[in-house]
Design a protein around this ligand. Sequence first.
Ligand SMILES: *Cc1c(COP(=O)(O)O)cnc(C)c1O
Length: 303
Amino acid sequence: MRQIKLSATSAPLQAVHDAVLDAHGIRLNVLRLDLLHPFISGNKWFKLRPVLERAQTLGQRTLISVGGAWSNHLLALAAAGQQAGLTTIGLVRGEVLRPLNPVLAAAEAFGMTLVPVSRTDYREHHTQAFRQAVQERWPQAHVIPEGGATLDGVLGCQEIAHALRWTAPAKSPRRVILATATGTTLAGLVSALDESVRVEATLVLKGEDRLSAQVQHWLAQLPPGPRAEWQIVQGWHAGGYARRCPELDAFITGFVARTGIPLEPVYTGKMMWSLYGRIANGEIPPDSEVIAIHTGGIAPRTT
Ligand SMILES: *Cc1c(COP(=O)(O)O)cnc(C)c1O
């Protein structure tokens, strides 16, 4: 595999100064993983790297994964695959409409073959039968689950924890916040931190039925060791995955204008919106030091 040099420790930690935070004595720093690479955005590289290495060990030169038409994961896979000299195939939910949207256009420009999968079939993507059908059609390929949600991905995300730098005295309560969908990044962080840190993950979709169990399942498969306290923060999905509401949009516009830090409405916008909402509700102790993981997700520009 050709080397891709992306290290979490080179991500800037940016201090945020905002009246609401100051009023509550909360120190906020943002770990800007979004600045590491223009296309292999944020957390996706950390989830993919061990998977790429495993494929290489197995001698598999083709990587296949699944995602929606705006999937950051498929785009990151396309970019990482091209840099590593591997072939990539993206199974896209629904139709592949042309002209392509900016995410799929960029993925295709990185050499990814886009294959539409009907919505009915896509619903089965996490089943053994679906995986088998994909493997039969592309026998040589390495199949990666949606969102890069694997134990390898969890291990890869541990690197993000090593990039955290605390600036306040250790007696200030320490929190790491992030947006979560599959729980992979969350599990990586929890397993690489200790109980002096609380990890709070804002769920960007509706319904939590399987997520805690999945995170616990991954943690149970790792060697025993210290773990951060963790919590899945619910009630900030604005109607479901990729849904938005006027309050969320207004929050994002205001935050970006005040701080200059870009947010998008699907992941990082909901993370930051929930932080401010929970500060207002008194759920974040005063004098806390918070590090927000900016996991990326800013759509590539078409121009
Ligand atoms: C994929 C993605 C996430 C979710 O990561 P999980 O490990 O699946 O929880 C969060 N933020 C952004 C910007 C993403 O693209």
